[in-house]
Design a protein around this ligand. Structure first.
Ligand SMILES: Cc1cc2nc3c(=O)[nH]c(=O)nc-3n(C[C@H](O)[C@H](O)[C@H](O)COP(=O)(O)O)c2cc1C
Length: 188
């Protein structure tokens, strides 16, 4: 059985390194995870007015997340936090149908700097702790891929052995966590 993972791409750039990391994960773990990238580019800015009449893009995005077994956030860092468009996507998920509630979730992030989006990921964990979001986040297992541009081959595949070995461990841990979460939900 493969776990259906919707990977929310926190970048809106067509050349996104975070997307390249997700695509590398998609092929490396295809036997156990069915990873599908979910893009946030088309989401309109959240407002109370828009909430009452959301666009098809918003409805499709929320449905995509709702229909998944699990969620992966791939997070760039913009000015020591998450990109605004990712915050906007999260704001949409915090209203109406609460599509992230209890959803098994894990987080990766990449940046060209040394710290691999650590500050953004810390902010993301804090944001997601809001009760209207509240996914079941894999604890620890923090994936900070610094100097990401030096860790890909010319085709954009993640090739850095140490990063891949660490991701292997995180994915194993996530699958164990996912199974525990599912068993606990079934027992309730
Ligand atoms: C507006 C802006 C702000 C940024 N701020 C940071 C930052 O605070 N820390 C950091 O490590 N990188 C920062 N960066 C660099 C991004 O991490 C880098 O561009 C990364 O490749 C973005 O991820 P992506 O390739 O998936 O879009 C910033 C980039 C932009 C465009």
């Amino acid at each position: 059985m493969t776990i259906k993972v919707k990977a929310i791409i926190g970048s809106t750039s067509s050349t996104s390194y975070n997307l390249k990391v997700v695509e590398s994960m998609r092929s490396r773990y295809a036997d156990r995870l069915e990873i599908t990238p979910v893009f946030i580019n088309a989401l309109e800015p959240f407002s109370i007015d828009a909430e009452n009449n959301p666009s098809e893009d918003v409805l499709d995005f929320k449905k995509d997340v709702a229909d998944s077994d699990a969620v992966l956030f791939a997070v760039p860092e913009y000015n020591f936090s998450i990109p605004g468009q990712l915050k906007n996507a999260i704001d949409w998920m915090s209203r109406g149908e609460l599509v992230l509630n209890n959803k098994p979730t894990f987080i990766v992030g990449a940046s060209m700097g040394a710290l691999g989006s650590v500050r953004a990921q810390q902010h993301l964990r804090e944001i997601l702790s809001n009760p209207n979001l509240a996914p079941a986040i894999l604890p620890q297992n923090e994936v900070y891929i610094g100097a990401v541009h030096e860790k890909l081959d010319d085709a954009g595949n993640l090739t850095d052995e140490a990063t891949l070995a660490f991701l292997d461990i995180v994915v194993d841990n996530f699958i164990k966590f996912y199974e525990k979460e599912k068993a606990a939900a079934a027992a309730n």
